[in-house]
Design a protein around this ligand. Structure first.
Ligand code: HEM
Length: 176
């Protein structure tokens, strides 16, 4: 049976990590539907959206680099204790996989821009240069990682809600 746990909630993440966390969350929930929407359009219809998607994606990449540096260099609160070893491992595992997926999405996004001739198309203003989506290998990985990211995001939010309902602890205080 799970025992009652009291975490040290006033122990918070640093201001920088808090700001990056929420900006990244907002950008991810914008980038995913934008990416899915673009996937169904003809190249000539989506030039502006691709530019916006790439710029916002690069902001996520830069923020993830800064956040990874902060992860090792600045003090952070202890891992949450949920009272269940499996839940604890799940929460920490999801946090760590987020970092890898965000790097993977950034690298595959940049590779898609280069190998799919998106960069050339944007620079020259010629959408016909964009390759057929099915022929761009990194775009397949990009789509799969984006989908896994969304599934983990749902689990991440569900974990926060479950912890609040079961343990009566508002863990958002640590990241606000
Ligand atoms: C957290 C970051 C990101 C998320 C969540 C995301 C999400 C997505 C999604 C869901 C798609 C549609 C995939 C499909 O089903 O075919 C997509 C497409 C794409 N993404 Fe990203 N992306 C991110 C970052 C980036 C970055 C950093 C770049 C480039 C610098 C980029 C460039 C592209 C390009 C070029 C496409 C193809 C658009 C098309 O032709 O329809 N993405 N992205």
């Amino acid at each position: 049976m799970e025992q009652t746990i009291r975490n040290d909630l006033p122990q918070k993440y640093s201001k920088g990590v808090v700001v990056i966390h929420w900006i990244t969350a907002l950008l991810i929930i914008t980038l995913f539907p934008l990416g899915k929407y673009m996937a169904g359009l003809e190249p000539s219809q989506k030039m502006g959206m691709i530019k916006a998607h790439a710029i916002l994606g690069m902001i996520v990449f830069i923020l993830t680099l800064i956040r990874s540096w902060m992860f090792f260099k600045t003090p952070r609160p202890a891992h949450l204790n949920t009272g269940s070893k499996l839940n604890d491992q799940l929460a920490t595992g999801i946090h760590n996989i987020f970092y890898f997926l965000l790097f993977g999405l950034s690298v595959s996004g940049i590779a898609t821009m280069l190998l799919g001739s998106y960069g050339n198309a944007l620079i020259s203003g010629n959408p016909t240069l964009i390759q057929n989506n099915a022929e761009i290998l990194p775009l397949k990985g990009h789509g799969i990682m984006a989908m896994i990211l969304m599934i983990l995001l749902v689990m991440h939010v569900a974990g926060v809600i479950k912890h609040y309902l079961v343990k009566k602890e508002n863990t958002l205080k640590r990241i606000s």
